[in-house]
Write a protein that binds this ligand. Structure first.
Ligand code: IP8
Length: 257
């Protein structure tokens, strides 16, 4: 069974400080993935977010120019390649046969729908590689747009028929209210996707240019993902991702699609 793992940008970078990698956290998470991969040989696709690389660059040009112009596209693509280079470099050092695939080479957006040719993923996975991909800037019928790593993770899950999708986030799972703003927020341990979306209001978790927890979960329903176990896992707890990879006993939430 294939597993798709999405490492949130807020987990692997310091979001408030320009192009600043959380190297210790990233290395630990990759170590947990490598341990699981080397023990079980399970096929894995790794997706990561933009954090203070992609998001910082795009937000700056959106403020300055109002849209993604060619230099903004180039700067954002470069920032994401830098970040993915760090992820790939560490992954390879840890024994993962990792290879980066740039979404801008295989995906476009047309009338708001993302269309990707994922053949290269299928081929590389079938030969034992671990593809690393990420949120990116892509060609669109409106010019250029940001394709979020979350959307890509859902598409990969649906198209490659993954059994599990794991979101590694800076919160310890899905809460009924924003735990950063409300200390009485309750962690939802296990639920059906359509039930859990009732708890979350639109205004919650709108942290960056591609939306937060509600958008993340809604996207799976919007894209018609079915029969998948989705785990939302706290990324700052040592060993938690490994636990989520091998079992259902981890700090976080299980959401059924
Ligand atoms: O952090 C966005 O990816 P995300 C990537 O997964 C860019 O939403 C280029 C901003």
């Amino acid at each position: 069974m294939l597993k798709v793992v999405k490492l949130g940008g807020a987990v692997i970078t310091f979001k408030e400080s320009y192009k600043n990698l959380r190297k210790d956290v990233l290395s630990r998470l990759l170590k947990e993935i490598a341990q699981y991969y080397l023990e079980t040989g399970t096929c894995i696709v790794l997706v990561h977010g933009g954090g203070s690389f992609g998001h910082a660059v795009v937000s700056e040009c959106l403020k300055r120019v109002g849209y993604i112009d060619p230099s903004c596209y180039a700067a954002t693509a470069d920032a994401m390649d830098q970040l993915s280079g760090f992820v790939r470099g560490i992954a390879i050092e840890l024994g993962l046969p990792a290879v980066s695939i740039a979404p801008r080479s295989v995906c476009t957006i047309s009338s708001g729908s993302t269309v990707c040719n994922l053949d290269v993923f299928r081929k590389l996975i079938s030969r034992g590689l671990v593809p690393i991909t990420y949120g990116d800037v892509v060609y669109s019928d409106k010019g250029f747009e940001v394709l979020s790593g979350d959307t890509l993770a859902w598409l990969l899950t649906r198209e490659l028929e993954a059994g599990e999708l794991i979101f590694v986030t800076d919160v310890d799972g899905v809460y009924d209210r924003d735990p950063k703003l409300d200390s009485s927020a309750r962690l939802i341990r296990e639920a059906l996707a359509r039930d859990v979306l009732g708890y979350l209001t639109e205004s919650l978790f709108q942290a960056d240019v591609t939306g937060g927890m509600r958008g993340k979960l809604l996207e799976g329903l919007r894209l018609g993902v079915r029969g998948v176990k989705v785990k939302v896992v706290g990324g700052f707890i040592e060993g938690n991702l490994y636990k989520a990879l091998v079992s259902d006993s981890f700090r976080g939430s299980i959401i059924w699609y």
